[in-house]
Write a protein that binds this ligand. Structure first.
Ligand SMILES: Nc1ncnc2c1ncn2[C@@H]1O[C@H](COP(=O)(O)OP(=O)(O)OP(=O)(O)O)[C@@H](O)[C@H]1O
Ligand SMILES: [Mg+2]
Length: 240
């Protein structure tokens, strides 16, 4: 049973077909890397799964049953699908702990005492290596720290399906290594993680399998080593 099943979806923007009958199944416990050239449709796939973009055809199904193809963004998030966007969108005027408290699951936030919400926020900051920065304003953070903070925020929803769009874009080598360790630490038997990235070295260190997209279709699916050796992947992506 797949944690996330993308079944034969197509997305059109006007007359342009951005996703063309794409199918993708991600298992629980898996980290899937999604790679491919600019404009391949990687972000659009995440937009479909998170309910931002409606596919023209096809289905998105969670956990072998719940169909979310036409569900609202809110319902999809409540069903355990959480997304980190390509650009970090933390609240600069709030502290790290306050940012994470916003992301802590709605039900807990409404009913729990402030001290419990704070404890949960500190746990999440600890999980991303920001425990010592809890009371600093997010606006003072480096780009890398903002990325990790945003990961802590999405973890507040205890995601069953975690979608990360370019988590290491613009990061230094050291920050990228730290992020790889962080993403690996998020792997759980009851969670599926989808990571869109251009940094092949990073993808290689975190992904169990990779899917290479090209012009809205799957060009390759398998190991990163297999992708590197695939003549078509080299031609449209790696060789450039
Ligand atoms: N809202 C939109 N309206 C029109 N065209 C769009 C829209 N969103 C995406 N596209 C087009 O769909 C194609 C796929 O875009 P998408 O952002 O999914 O690519 P990507 O693989 O994430 O690329 P990148 O690596 O540059 O982030 C591109 O040609 C893009 O211009
Ligand atoms: Mg993109």
């Amino acid at each position: 049973m797949s944690a996330l099943l993308i079944d034969d979806i197509s997305v059109e923007f006007g007359r342009f077909r951005a996703i063309d009958r794409l199918s993708l199944a991600i298992d629980y416990g898996e980290i899937r890397g999604v790679i491919g050239p600019n404009g391949a449709g990687k972000t659009t796939v995440l937009d479909v799964v998170s309910g931002i973009t409606r596919p023209k055809a096809g289905r998105v199904v969670l956990d072998g049953g719940l169909e979310i193809t036409r569900a609202s963004e809110t319902l999809i998030a409540r069903s355990g699908v959480r997304r980190k966007f390509q650009k970090p969108s933390v609240f600069d005027a709030l502290t790290a702990a306050e940012n994470v408290a916003v992301g802590v699951e709605g039900r807990l936030r409404r009913t729990a005492p402030a001290a419990e919400v704070r404890r949960r926020a500190l746990d999440l900051l600890d999980a991303v290596g920001l425990a010592d920065e809890a009371d600093r304003q997010a606006g003072e953070f480096s780009h890398g720290q903002k990325q990790w903070l945003e990961i802590a925020m999405v973890l507040g929803g205890d995601p069953k399906v975690l979608l990360l769009d370019e988590p290491v874009a613009g990061l230094s080598d050291e920050e990228t290594e730290k992020t790889a360790a962080l993403v690996r630490s998020l792997k759980r038997p009851d969670r599926a993680i989808v990571v869109v990235e251009h940094d092949m070295g990073f993808v290689e260190t975190i992904a169990d399998r990779v899917t290479v997209l090209h012009e809205g279709r799957t060009l390759f699916e398998g190991s990163m080593a297999g992708a590197r050796a695939d003549a078509r992947v080299i031609e449209v992506y790696l060789g450039r």
